[in-house]
Structure formats: structure tokens, C-alpha cells
Design a protein around this ligand. Sequence first.
Ligand SMILES: Nc1ncnc2c1ncn2[C@@H]1O[C@H](COP(=O)(O)OP(=O)(O)OP(=O)(O)O)[C@@H](O)[C@H]1O
Ligand SMILES: [Mg+2]
Length: 238
Amino acid sequence: MANPTASPLIRISGLTRTYSEGGQPRRVLDQIDLDIQRGEFFVMLGKSGSGKSTLLNLISGVDKADGGQVWVDGTEITGLDERRLTLFRRDHIGIVFQFFNLIPTLTVLENVTMPVELGGGNRSAGRTAGLALLERVGLADRADAFPDKLSGGEQQRVAIARALVRSPKLVLADEPTGNLDDETGEKVLRLLLELTREAGKTLVMATHNPEIVRWADRVGRVHDGKLVVSPVDEKFVL
Ligand SMILES: Nc1ncnc2c1ncn2[C@@H]1O[C@H](COP(=O)(O)OP(=O)(O)OP(=O)(O)O)[C@@H](O)[C@H]1O
Ligand SMILES: [Mg+2]
């Protein structure tokens, strides 16, 4: 659970993102302020095109704000150059996407351990961590398979293992169940929650599925460039 006495893991201040469309500026996010606590599960809802992915991409530094700041674990993301940003993201943030984004030419285990390889980590320790995570997501016996042999739910479980392999404090998930049927989606969600909760990680998830809110600590609704945050009244616990 979130520890209210610790500094927030994410601090967002006056965050603004404007896209230009046909020469006309369009402000997708307008002066957003938000703190997300350590260990928190924060869900972002909002209509398609409201700016959920944009906000996640600004938190990971994949996208650039045109105003305001984002801090993650005390580091100002918005102040890092590209190289430092890449390193910071690799070391501290795990990302799960809607379309899994596995590399088709790598095996399941190679996909999971890829962040360790990229980060120059110890290969055999990476392999051990990767296999342990595959065990947790129920896919240890598929370690040597290629992603195209796996179902959507299985591929997303691999992507979850990959996001967690370097034990990041922060996990960002953009519609992680958006491409799965309801039942598979719920299983994948539970797994993601379990694995992040037990390790005290912070999980920020964008979704269209209002059902997910019942698992969350807080929910933010993106609308007209603003974010309205509310607590979750009837919370489900795992
Ligand atoms: N690179 C870009 N150039 C111009 N406009 C963009 C760009 N990226 C996003 N947008 C616009 O910003 C708005 C917010 O997009 P975003 O992808 O954040 O929405 P979303 O809430 O994630 O939607 P969805 O639920 O469909 O995933 C949209 O209107 C989109 O067209
Ligand atoms: Mg999106």
C-alpha cells in the first residue's frame, strides 16, 4: 500500500502537451498536477483521444512536454537529455503495451531478458530472473518458444515478465488488457496486480475498462486537457 509519509514516486507539475494539427495548436494536456505515491495503483480513464497515452508517454519520457515538469523517484524526467532518459527508463520503468510488442525473432525467454542484456546486466543472473518470472506468469515451459506460437494472453504475460525483469519501481501499462477477451484480460490484470503489489511497486494504468477501477487505489479521468482524480469508494482487494 501507499506510504503517505514517503515522498511520492511520481510528481507532475503544470504538465502541458500541445500538438499542432494543420498548423493549429491543440492542447491535449493542460497544466496537469498529480502526485502518485509509492506502491499505489493509479488508473487513468478517459475517452479515446483524451490524452491517456500522452500522459503515460510523458511520465516515461517517450514524449516531450511543452510545459511543466515530471519527477520520477526524485529525478526530473523533463530535464534529462535523450541518453540519460533512455538509461533512466531502462533502469527504473517497466512498460506494458496494448499490443505486447514482443520481438518475433527472439524466444520467450530472450524477450524477457532483453532489458537485462540492453542494460549490460549479468547474463546468467538475467536468465535466472527471467526464468523465475516466467514461472510466476505460468509460462516456464514456453521459455524457448517464439512469440507467434503464443496466444494473446500468453504474449501479454511474457510482456509483463519483461517489464518486471529489472525490478523497476514503476510500471506503466497502456491498455494492457485492451487486446484480450474479458476473461483472459481479467487473469492478466490480476497477475500484473499481484506481481506489482507484492513487490511494493507503483502501477499506473490507462484503460477504457471501468471495471478495473475497483482494483485501483485512485482513479484519474482525463477530459478536455484536465485530470480529475478521485478515490475509489468500493475497493476490491486481491
Ligand atoms: N504525434 C502526434 N501528433 C499529433 N497529434 C497527436 C499525436 N499523438 C497524439 N495526438 C493526439 O493527441 C490526442 C490524445 O491522444 P492519446 O493517444 O493520448 O489519447 P488516448 O486517451 O490514449 O486515446 P485511446 O484511448 O484511443 O488510446 C489525440 O487527439 C491524438 O490524435
Ligand atoms: Mg491510448
